[in-house]
Design a protein around this ligand. Structure first.
Ligand code: G3P
Ligand code: CA
Length: 259
């Protein structure tokens, strides 16, 4: 598989589909991942959390209410926290109908399924460890899962990120061969310390400037930014020198890059 997580030219950027092609398909599902690949994404970003029985699943919110039909299938289990329900309970849910009827009966995927689908689709993965403070030990569980998929333990294909920087220090200690990204914007004063264990910083796009990107690059850090859906903002960020852009609309970024 080609290197998918590293930009190859100065006037381009890695095209990262946010939760899959989530403007057109239900976020954090296999159809969204596959659509992202067909819309020209290089990499698919998704959010990983843990069920009550310690299985790893894709879900952004810490509850299932917004993006599944948990409320009607499991009445009485409000607020439908991911960590309160078993994988068997979660697998009964429909994670597509809330988005459109076309995606009815789409299931919440496991990390295992998502890695297989990404492999089949030829895209890289930006794996976000979401709310790790709710799931003590999730870093080790993700490492164990990745070791079952040795093809993914490669800096060319996978980056692991979190807003929780302590979690990323833990992850790096457990599996140093997989690159780490810190979500958010470390101060320029913090960047040298960050560069000791992280490979990337991923700030919000309104928090960036050319000088910040240059400072990170001088320290050997790559810079990705999220979540950018307008072509004009994408153009501006490429001009800042970012290495990658996380977007709900990978087709828009693909057209921009390909001219
Ligand atoms: O990859 C960046 C982005 O996914 C972080 O924010 O809330 O969409 O997980 P969020
Ligand atoms: Ca995310």
């Amino acid at each position: 598989t080609a290197a998918t997580t590293i930009a190859t030219a100065p006037d381009t950027a890695v095209n990262v589909a946010h939760r899959g092609a989530s403007a057109r398909a239900p976020e954090n599902t296999i159809p969204a991942l596959e659509l992202a690949a067909s819309h020209g994404a290089d990499v698919v970003e998704f959010d990983v959390q843990e069920t009550r029985d310690h299985k790893l699943v894709l879900m952004h919110d810490t509850t299932l209410a917004r993006t599944t039909n948990a409320e009607s299938v499991l009445p009485g289990l409000s607020p439908w926290r991911v960590g309160d329900l078993t994988l068997a309970q979660i697998r009964k849910l429909d994670a597509g109908s809330w988005f459109s009827d076309e995606y009815a009966r789409t299931r919440v995927p496991t990390l295992d399924e998502a890695l297989r689908a990404a492999d089949d689709s030829g895209v890289g993965v930006l794996l976000e460890v979401k709310a790790p403070e709710l799931y003590p030990g999730i870093e080790q569980r993700i490492v164990t899962e990745l070791r079952r998929h040795p093809e993914w333990v490669s800096p060319q294909r996978l980056v692991v990120q979190s807003f929780d920087w302590d979690s990323m220090r833990t992850f790096h200690r457990l599996l140093p061969s997989v690159p780490i990204a810190l979500l958010g914007r470390p101060s320029t004063g913090q960047l040298p310390e960050v560069a000791k264990f992280a490979d990337q910083v991923n700030p919000h796009y309104t928090d960036l400037s050319t000088s910040y990107v240059r400072r990170a690059h001088d320290l050997g850090l790559r810079v990705l930014t999220y979540t950018v859906d307008s072509a004009s903002a994408m153009r501006r960020l490429i001009d800042y020198g970012v290495d990658g852009i996380v977007t709900n609309r990978p087709d828009v970024l693909r057209s921009l890059i390909d001219g």
